[in-house]
Design a protein around this ligand. Structure first.
Ligand code: NI
Length: 186
């Protein structure tokens, strides 16, 4: 089932998510819906707050970028109860976008290596290190689990330049090719 993607300005995107219980009902259906929603919107990652849930879950599939980097082929992953326990390595500044922030792309500086503990879709625990673009995408989605949106991380000047666009998204005045849910209007 394709779910609406909550847009910038919606308060759910500011919540710090909670670990889910191991008996979480209909988990596999939720994960399938998250992937379906992400694919429909041509995304490569989606976090639960973006579909209105305060659950510590994110999904990623880098396969659409495999032409650029063969190691992305089949990189389809579920991270449940994810916790980044270490960030290291060089800071790199690379363009990012977000399904919750349509039509804005900006460079974000991030460290290029992370260590993350999480459960996979079978609730098996993992403790892994990721580098480069994989580490970047995981950090972007992980930020959603912490109530952070990538535009929070861009420079003050770049944020100022995008201020009008961001205000339009907050007001629900934005077009997207996928189903969205705007912030409640005051
Ligand atoms: Ni995002």
């Amino acid at each position: 089932m394709i779910l609406p993607i909550y847009l910038y300005g919606h308060p759910i995107l500011r919540k710090v998510t909670k670990d889910i219980p191991l008996d979480y009902p209909n988990l596999q259906t939720l994960l399938a819906n998250m992937f379906e929603t992400m694919y429909k919107a041509d995304g490569i990652g989606l976090a639960a707050p973006q579909i209105g849930l305060e659950d510590r879950i994110l999904v990623i599939d880098l396969s659409p970028l495999a032409d650029d980097n063969p190691s992305f082929q089949g990189f389809k992953k579920v991270f449940i109860n994810a916790h980044i326990i270490e960030k290291s390595g060089e800071e790199e500044s690379v363009d990012e976008g977000c399904l919750s922030v349509p039509n804005i792309h900006e460079k974000v500086s991030r460290q290029n290596r992370i260590r993350i503990q999480y459960l996979d879709e079978h609730l098996q625990p993992h403790d892994e290190v990721y580098e480069g673009y994989k580490a970047r995408v995981i950090q972007h989605e992980y930020d959603h689990l912490e109530g952070i949106v990538f535009v929070d991380l861009i420079s003050g000047m770049r944020k100022q330049i995008n201020r009008a666009k961001l205000n339009r998204i907050i007001k629900g005045d934005v077009k997207s090719s996928y189903k969205v849910k705007f912030a409640p209007q005051k």
